[in-house]
Design a binder for this molecule. Structure first.
Ligand code: LMR
Length: 392
């Protein structure tokens, strides 16, 4: 029976990790998968997380099951950071822990599907796994353009979807640091989206995977908070992979905003059932470490400082790239200074991307997405010089 299966292509983004590792050139540059790197090219464990992990080693007295909802104090501890004051909106928000942001997106869409959703409106380009999850669930992706050619967000496109979408439709929105473009809605645009969603039949799924990597924890949640304040119902997928550096520990959370507090028990009973049937329970270790950081003032301060350093370093890289705009006019590098987070998309052809890889040892996604955190003082001049050669 299994010989009926057709071979599937390897995930193109994850395949880049292996390609880069196999390249013997000492000056190769990895701008592929979205992990933060320091100015030395390392992805260290946050000091605050190390401190929390030490406490776990010293004090954790059981690894017995917690249940499909995971660590409740981790889930509630994140809420003021995501939703701000009145973090549960008068008892209308509940959540549960998930295996990474991917688990949260999957759970949000599976729950929407159980409630009747058939179509997911998705601004493209988007993180490739979004459309893959939608398809794997048997839902339909309805694409709209996320960005304008000048490197800003196409707010009219999302407003059209929200105004014209049908009952039960979902619109999947990136909360901040859009992956792959780095192009976020402005506060004013978020206000317009929130207002339109308030009276729309379309339900938002807000994916927040990079909070704190754009302008700050509160700033990066401002759009999400506007939507949450305006709409009757919303689903939220959250990832701690990047802003706590916990990638392989798979730390995420799923939240639901219900019309009224009384609805939450029924909604969450469905989410629990879906989680149980899919992964049973989320892995505990990373979530427990985040909980300890959030509960401890000193560790929290240390974490926010480390996050601030990451943000500043990436701003510096963006500014350096933007300063090369005049030298390579076709790439619109100037726009990178106003974009956010780990990613930007360079309008390179697949031949140019292949040339960068083969001739210069520069690895980026086939979409032209670069991870700006892969650049630092030691390699950024080489990168710009290679871009000039290939696309100048
Ligand atoms: C990325 O887009 O590079 C990250 O979100 C990692 C992933 O899982 O794809």
């Amino acid at each position: 029976m299994l010989d009926a299966l057709k071979a599937q292509p390897a995930d193109a983004l994850l395949a880049l990790i292996k390609l880069h590792a196999a390249d013997p050139r000492a000056d190769k540059i990895d701008l592929g998968v979205g992990v933060y790197r320091t100015g030395d090219g390392a992805t260290p464990v946050f000091k605050a997380i190390k401190g929390a992990e030490q406490r776990l080693v010293d004090e954790q007295d059981s690894k017995s099951y917690l249940g499909p909802e995971g660590d409740g104090a981790f889930v509630s501890g994140l809420m003021p950071h995501i939703f701000g004051e009145d973090a549960d909106r008068g008892g209308r928000i509940a959540g549960m822990q998930t295996p990474g942001g991917t688990g949260a997106v999957r759970l949000a869409l599976a729950l929407a599907q159980k409630a009747g959703t058939r179509r997911v409106h998705l601004g493209t380009p988007s993180w490739p796994n979004h459309a893959q999850i939608v398809a794997d669930l048997g839902l339909e992706t309805v694409p709209f353009d996320h960005a304008l050619p000048d490197g800003t967000a196409n707010v009219e496109a999302v407003l059209r979807v929200v105004r014209e979408g049908e009952a039960g439709d979902v619109v999947l929105l990136h909360g901040c640091c859009h992956n792959p473009t780095g192009i976020d809605y402005t506060d004013e645009q978020w206000r317009a989206i929130a207002e339109a969603l308030a009276t729309s039949a379309v339900i938002p799924v807000l994916d927040i995977a990079y909070q704190g990597l754009g302008h700050g924890m509160d700033e990066d949640a401002a759009g999400v908070r506007q939507v949450i304040a305006a709409v009757p119902e919303a689903l939220v997928a959250y990832s701690c992979d990047k802003n706590f550096g916990l990638y392989r520990d798979r730390v995420g959370a799923f939240y639901v905003l219900a019309k009224k507090p009384d609805d939450l028990d029924t909604i969450m009973s469905n989410a629990n059932m879906l989680a149980r049937a899919t992964w049973s329970m989320p892995p505990d270790h990373g979530g427990a470490a985040v909980r300890i950081v959030l509960e401890d003032e000193g560790l929290s301060r240390e974490w926010l400082d480390e996050l601030g350093d990451m943000r500043e370093r990436m701003r510096g890289v963006r500014e350096r790239l933007a300063a090369a705009d005049a030298a390579i006019p076709g790439l619109n590098l100037g726009a990178l200074a106003d974009q956010n987070g780990l990613f930007a998309v360079l309008p390179l052809s697949s031949d140019q991307i292949a040339k960068l890889r083969e001739d210069h040892g520069i690895y980026m996604a086939g979409s032209g997405r670069i991870n700006v955190a892969g650049l630092h003082r030691g390699n950024i001049d080489n990168f710009i010089a290679a871009l000039e050669k290939v696309a100048g």
